[in-house]
Design a protein around this ligand. Structure first.
Ligand code: NAP
Length: 339
């Protein structure tokens, strides 16, 4: 038990961060969690966690507010920088809604961590900083941590989420090199698994859309998938492993949309589902490897368990009620046709 160690988790009320806070509290860490809104609807699920009453302190802080972030990080030995906008809808002002919070926000967190003499900062990046049209990378070559998505390609497609994640991760690693702050990054795949927070996040909407059916066209992309509880485990492992350095791909399973649809149908035949005709073909490059993380001792659940836990959670929570044809049709989050 890491009693006496205090760490900060940014965006603590979000999907991945909530599981991380739960894990940290269960291991005896004291946690400073930043949230933008302290209201019950956003934070009650955190306050209900075991050990929260004694070991969780919540701070109201926007990523663009350096002083508020610095207050939350002050007194911490470690920082998990998880917060980033993950917009499921279209952006009207990419700079304001995406690039500013992601990139300036990351710099604010790192500067505050330096000022507080933090031992290590673990930054959550994404597979979108690894696998999108990487320059000079042969199609058939397995993608590892030396592979970077092509930011100009993403920019030209107005794919602002990857543009922001690439820039934020590169800036974090560069900041570490320049200042000596110990910065490591995690690049998770598409994250599924049960939710702790009451509202549905973007990656959960992906699976819900396949189950509920809808009329949007979906690419038959080769998706890498990881369980949200295994992401939390990977983040803690990176914090606790002194020898961890640089980037870490966290993408253990891969499956195309068509294969995922067939797997879901075989496990849960009763749902309306999207039609196979709404899935359009695309080429599949070689997958990513999570070998670097696994060599540190990271292990992960089988994909079927993650799918089963997600579907069963969503059914019990009522997220699967209503199908296409309702007044408000189910939509595929545009983000996922852009990355
Ligand atoms: N889910 C995935 O499939 C996936 C895959 C790879 C990487 N990731 C990364 O994992 C991290 C967490 O994502 P998630 O899936 O857990 O999404 P999420 O539930 O939407 O969490 C995002 C969090 O960021 C916070 N945030 C957004 N803008 C902010 C700002 N300006 N200031 C302070 N906080 C802000 C949100 O706070 P509010 O609650 O106030 O909005 C929320 O807590 C992100 O860095 C994301 O890029 C996610």
């Amino acid at each position: 038990m890491a009693t006496g160690v205090t760490v900060c988790v940014t965006g603590a009320a979000g999907y991945c961060a909530s599981w991380l806070v739960k894990l940290l509290l269960s291991r005896g860490y004291a946690v400073h969690g930043t949230v933008r809104d302290l209201c019950d609807n956003k934070t009650a699920h955190l306050r209900r966690l075991d050990n929260a009453a004694s070991n969780l302190k919540l701070f109201k802080a926007d990523l663009l507010d350096y002083d508020a972030m610095a207050s939350a990080i002050s007194g911490c030995q470690g920082v998990f920088h998880v917060a980033t906008p993950v917009p499921s809808g279209e952006l009207t002002d990419p700079e304001l809604q995406m690039l500013g919070p992601a990139v300036t926000g990351t710099t604010n967190v790192l500067k505050a961590a330096s000022a507080a003499n933090v031992r290590r900062v673990v930054v959550v990046s994404s597979m979108v900083a690894v696998e999108i049209n990487p320059k000079d990378w042969p199609q058939g070559k397995i993608r590892d941590e030396s592979c970077w998505s092509d930011t100009e390609f993403c920019r030209s497609n107005e794919s602002w989420y990857p543009v922001a994640k690439i820039a934020a991760e590169a800036a974090a690693l560069e900041y570490g090199r320049e200042t000596g702050l110990d910065v490591v990054t995690l690049n998770p795949a598409l994250v599924f698994g049960p939710l702790l927070q009451p509202t549905v996040n973007a990656s959960s909407q992906f699976l819900i859309y396949l189950l509920k059916g809808g009329r949007d066209q979906v690419r038959d992309k080769l998706w890498h998938i990881v369980d949200v509880r295994d992401v939390a485990g990977a983040l803690l492992l990176l914090y606790e492993t002194p020898g961890a350095t640089g980037r870490h791909i966290c993408a253990p399973h891969f499956i195309t949309v068509r294969e995922l649809l067939r797997l879901l149908k075989s496990m849960y035949p009763g749902y309306p589902y999207i039609s196979e005709e709404s899935i359009y073909d695309m080429d599949h490059p070689a997958p990513m490897t999570s070998e670097k993380l696994e060599k540190l001792g990271w292990s992960q659940r089988p994909l079927r368990d993650t799918i089963a836990d997600t579907v069963e959670f969503c059914r019990e929570a009522g997220f699967l009620e209503g199908a296409d044809g309702d007044d408000v049709p189910c939509r595929f989050p545009p983000l996922f046709n852009n990355i």
